[in-house]
Design a protein around this ligand. Structure first.
Ligand SMILES: NC(=O)c1ccc[n+]([C@@H]2O[C@H](COP(=O)([O-])OP(=O)(O)OC[C@H]3O[C@@H](n4cnc5c(N)ncnc54)[C@H](OP(=O)(O)O)[C@@H]3O)[C@@H](O)[C@H]2O)c1
Length: 250
């Protein structure tokens, strides 16, 4: 059994969907704190290679890439084995990969269900399953990236909101199942990075609903991830909301 307060420099993290946007910021933040990172990507190969080069330039052989479509469940066991094999240990699993697009009730298809519920809920469970033996070896941790819309559904995003609600329960249920060896927590962001397709009016409406009257900086989300890894040894089964007060809006 490893010591609870082992230095971050000895630890390794697998971040799903880590090539761009929030996943890349988490990879950068963990790396800056001394953690070696396995960056998973699906199609963003150029961004993944650029990020790996950036991080390996800062610290030699500290970032590794793994490609997979996570919805092909057969690949998950191999992904976990490879992530563990890079440095011979796996301390942290960050379930960040996501699909986010509107699915109005009248139009949603089974294919939408399979993609959105698949990547936001099914994949985090099966990745947790295959990572658990490695995480147990080092008293590791799982962090699920949820969304405030797990608790307050986003209009027209019924499948996404439902999948993320399931991810909150998965966080709690896994915390119970994997204790005391593996801690499982979540982070529930409000507005951090806009989806490409969102209108200016929709953005303004969201911002006006935050108490702090702005969107979050990715570094503020990364700070919470690092807190869960580094400072929260007595915390499991919890979800931290970081939303500038959006959940308190009337
Ligand atoms: N953006 C926000 O402000 C916000 C707010 C609340 C919650 N969140 C949550 O925070 C997390 C990150 O948000 P984001 O906006 O950065 O996410 P995103 O851009 O929507 O997606 C992140 C990555 O997920 C990967 N992905 C999607 N489907 C996949 C599949 N089938 N197999 C493997 N990888 C797949 C993609 O990788 P490739 O590009 O390599 O294909 C994508 O770059 C998500 O869990 C999201 O729900 C974000």
């Amino acid at each position: 059994m490893q010591h609870l307060r082992e230095p971050l420099e000895t630890r390794t993290a697998l971040i799903t969907g880590g090539a761009r946007r929030i996943g890349a910021e988490i990879a950068r933040g963990l790396h800056k704190a001394g953690i070696n990172v396995v960056i998973h990507y699906r199609s963003s190969i150029d961004e993944a290679i650029a990020l790996q080069q950036e991080l390996n330039t800062a610290r030699n052989e500290s970032a590794h890439l793994l490609q997979a479509d996570l919805l092909v469940l057969d690949t998950l066991q191999g992904l976990c084995e490879k992530a563990h094999g890079v440095w011979g240990r796996l301390d942290i699993l960050i379930n960040n990969a996501s699909a986010f697009y509107p699915t109005p009730v009248a139009d949603a298809t089974e294919s939408d269900w399979n993609e959105i519920v698949g990547i936001n809920l099914k994949v985090p469970f099966f990745l947790a399953q295959c990572a658990t033996p490695y995480l147990r070896e080092v008293r590791g941790t799982i962090i699920n990236i949820v969304d405030i819309h797990a608790e307050r559904p986003l209009k027209d995003y019924v499948l996404y909101s439902t999948a993320k609600a399931g991810l909150i329960m998965l966080t709690k249920a896994l915390a119970k199942e994997l204790a005391p060896d593996v801690r499982v927590n979540g982070i529930s962001p409000g507005a951090f990075l806009w989806p490409d397709s969102m209108s200016k009016a929709a953005k303004q409406q969201i911002l006006s609903r935050t108490l702090l009257k702005r969107k979050g900086q990715p570094s503020e989300l990364v700070g919470a991830v690092l807190f869960l890894i580094r400072d929260a040894d007595y915390m499991t089964g919890q979800v931290i909301t970081i939303d500038g007060g959006q959940m308190l809006a009337p």
